[in-house]
Design a protein around this ligand. Structure first.
Ligand code: NAD
Length: 246
């Protein structure tokens, strides 16, 4: 909804990924003036449309619209972003169908790189519902010892220097510098920040962190593409779940 330029890029990338792998998709680009009721009616329509397996509402919504109410309206079985409280609760108890795409992508990166999480010190910087909190839960499910840091955390560098696996999801360019990284750590940079000259940059200062890290994700090209891949995976899963229910 509206004309957020970053949202436009994300939606286009998601549509492109669908086309590439043969997932049918519909886009509803609604003007900023759309009422909450109209948006909720559209979600109801898609909830009831059998050929639609997954629904996502690209956030943020324009001011004045209640994001929570909108997300709560999506059928949890079609909630491929895994933001609905039913899916959030399922993640909490460890019996889930969908994981939010960014943490899911990070778990996949860690697994595919042969990195063991069990018993390792994991530090997540950021506690958003979209990234930080579900990330912490997934690391916990994988038997990591998890610390969640946020804007009120004291002595942050002391905490990040403990991390065997460090996830930065803050939204501040170059926030994590090399001196905050332990020698041999795995560094995952979730941040997508646009600098004044239009360049994309992460939350980690790559030049100073990379020499210390055993493994590090770049921005762009690291977590971002994985997020989209996991959206595709969740959609396929939703298709199977919804078909089995018919
Ligand atoms: P958010 O703004 O909702 O949350 C930011 C978090 O950072 C908050 O929990 C806050 O407590 C913490 N924080 C802020 N200042 C801090 C400080 N000084 N010290 C410690 N913690 C601090 O953001 P979000 O939605 O979690 O996104 C974070 C970043 O990740 C953004 O750059 C966003 O664009 C990016 N992002 C990337 C992807 C991807 O696919 N790669 C997906 C989602 C978000």
């Amino acid at each position: 909804m509206g004309d957020d330029p970053a949202s436009r890029v994300y939606v286009n990338n998601k549509k492109k990924a669908c086309e590439e792998i043969g997932i049918y998709s519909e886009e509803y680009a609604l003007p900023e003036t759309t009422s909450e009721e109209e948006l909720l009616n559209l979600i109801d329509k898609l909830n009831n449309k059998p050929e639609i397996s997954g629904i996502l509402v690209q956030l943020p919504l324009p001011a004045g619209l209640d994001e929570e109410k909108v997300i709560n309206r999506i059928n949890p079985k079609k909630d491929v972003d895994a933001f609905h409280p039913v899916n959030v609760g399922k993640i909490m108890v460890g019996n889930y169908d969908f994981v939010p795409c960014t943490p899911a992508g990070i778990m996949e990166l860690i697994k595919e790189s042969g990195i063991d999480i069990c018993g390792r010190e994991c530090v997540v910087v950021g506690r958003s519902n979209i990234v930080g909190k579900p990330m912490a839960m997934m690391l916990l499910h994988a038997n990591g010892t998890v610390t969640v840091c946020h804007s009120r955390t004291k002595n942050l560098a002391e905490k990040t220097r403990q991390a065997d696996i460090l996830v930065a999801a803050v939204g501040i360019p170059n926030f994590i510098t090399g001196d905050m990284v332990k020698e041999g750590a795995v560094v995952i940079d979730v941040g997508i920040n646009r600098t004044e000259n239009g360049k994309l940059t992460g939350d980690v200062e790559f030049e100073t962190a990379e020499p210390k890290a055993a493994a590090i994700t770049p921005v762009p090209g690291g977590v971002g593409p994985m997020t989209i891949a996991m959206l595709m995976k969740n959609t396929l899963k939703a298709a199977v779940i919804n078909r089995e229910e018919k």
